[in-house]
Design a protein around this ligand. Structure first.
Ligand SMILES: Cc1ncc(COP(=O)(O)O)c(C=O)c1O
Length: 379
């Protein structure tokens, strides 16, 4: 997989298994049925690469795509992706002509945005332009308050025939905590809004991955999973609900340098680790500039080399880290799996997340542009 010599190429890549992504879409479709799946591919497909991921999820049966930014939608259109694309938040007015030109479905939650969107659709000579309304049922990030939803939807309807209400949705704050009663409260608020409307919107949705997996009442007409499509669990309490999902990304490198370090020597910036016996140390050419968090320094057993879990010795540096290999024979060029599978062992991105007090999302989204993505499986 890697080029033959270090001169030819960098010995670091993120391998993305598109078959796994397609498989995961199938898992989520089966769980959510009869609701459809609209895959969330924002943030460059959670770091996996938006265009290949979008193609894979559509091939796997995702009926639509969700992104955060107009530019993310434009990137997909430029790549020839034709599926419906929903923008999950309001966009700056400067983006609305591009929204219309690229057939992106805007989300609206303020009167100002309804007006600006009406003007943008008119400028483009469009009528019946689909828009969706987002209701904030308690996350307090974005969305119209439940008390203002009816007025906002009336404003969208008053903009007919230029605009057309295509859907109403909300976003859930704690679906990754299976027993948290706040999900039911959010759904109750959402139901009250839906019941206050003169007619049911054509499409209603609420569920992210956690909702789709564990809260049947959130599934409505479609679900918007992101993280599960990449094979990562939304939260620890959902572990049992995710057993069929296959992680899509593995982060792989090679040993670039090997040496024997004597007992009593210390290592890396700050000299925060002291070897208590003579030890073989392997240097790996990947660091925090690639998305291996610096705080993973001295982590126990979270990197694979020679089919075994290894400890990181000392701090992770910008471009390199070191592994404690004990007395094992290690050579320059040996494969290192930062997360992923090697032999019978597997390290999951979630394990890194747990060690760092964060979530798997941040690990995969944090793999930087410097790391080449290599795609495996059918495109
Ligand atoms: C509005 C909205 N819907 C769905 C998702 C997908 O969430 P998850 O990755 O937990 O499935 C996100 C992601 O943050 C989101 O912001």
């Amino acid at each position: 997989m890697f080029a033959e010599s270090p001169q030819d190429s960098r010995w670091v890549e993120a391998r993305v298994d598109l078959d796994a992504v397609r498989h995961n879409v199938g898992v989520m479709r089966r769980i959510a049925a009869p609701a459809a799946v609209w895959a969330v591919v924002k943030a460059d497909g959670y770091g996996h690469g938006a265009v290949p991921i979008a193609r894979a999820v559509v091939a796997g049966g995702s009926e639509g795509l969700c992104v955060a930014l107009a530019q993310e939608g434009v990137e997909l259109r430029d790549a020839g992706i034709d599926a419906p694309i929903l923008l999950l938040s309001e966009q700056p007015v400067s983006q609305l002509d591009a929204v219309v030109a690229n057939r992106l479905i805007p989300t609206l939650y303020s009167i100002g945005a309804v007006r600006a969107m009406t003007e943008a659709a008119r400028r483009a000579g469009r009528s019946g332009y689909p828009v969706q309304v987002k209701v904030d049922t308690g996350m307090n990030r974005v969305g119209v308050a439940p008390g203002g939803a009816l007025d906002l939807i009336r404003a969208v309807e008053a903009a007919s025939p230029t605009l057309r209400l295509a859907g109403v949705f909300t976003h859930l704050a704690v679906t990754d905590e299976v027993d948290n009663p706040f999900t039911a409260q959010q759904i109750e608020r959402f139901e009250q809004v839906l019941q206050s409307l003169p007619t049911r919107p054509p499409v209603v949705h609420a569920a992210n991955s956690g909702g789709a997996l564990a809260h049947a009442a959130t599934r409505y007409d479609l679900v918007r999973p992101g993280i599960t499509l990449y094979g990562i669990e939304p939260g620890e309490t959902l572990r049992g609900h995710c057993t069929d999902l296959v992680p899509a990304m593995s982060l792989v490198s090679r040993v670039s340098y090997v040496k024997r370090v004597r007992a009593g020597e210390r290592i890396s910036y700050g000299l925060r680790h002291t070897f208590d016996r003579d030890t073989t140390v392997a240097t790996v050419p990947i660091g925090y500039a690639d998305g291996v968090p610096r705080r993973l320094g001295n982590a126990k057993g979270l990197v694979l080399l020679g089919g075994k879990r290894r400890d990181i010795a000392g701090m992770v540096t910008m471009d390199q880290l070191m592994l404690d290999c004990g007395d094992d024979a290690v050579q320059v060029g040996d494969e290192v799996v930062l997360f992923g599978e090697q032999g019978r062992e597997r390290v999951r991105a979630e394990e890194w997340a747990e060690a760092l007090g964060t979530i798997g999302y941040e690990i995969v989204c944090g793999i930087s542009k410097r790391v080449r993505r290599v795609y495996l499986g059918a495109p």
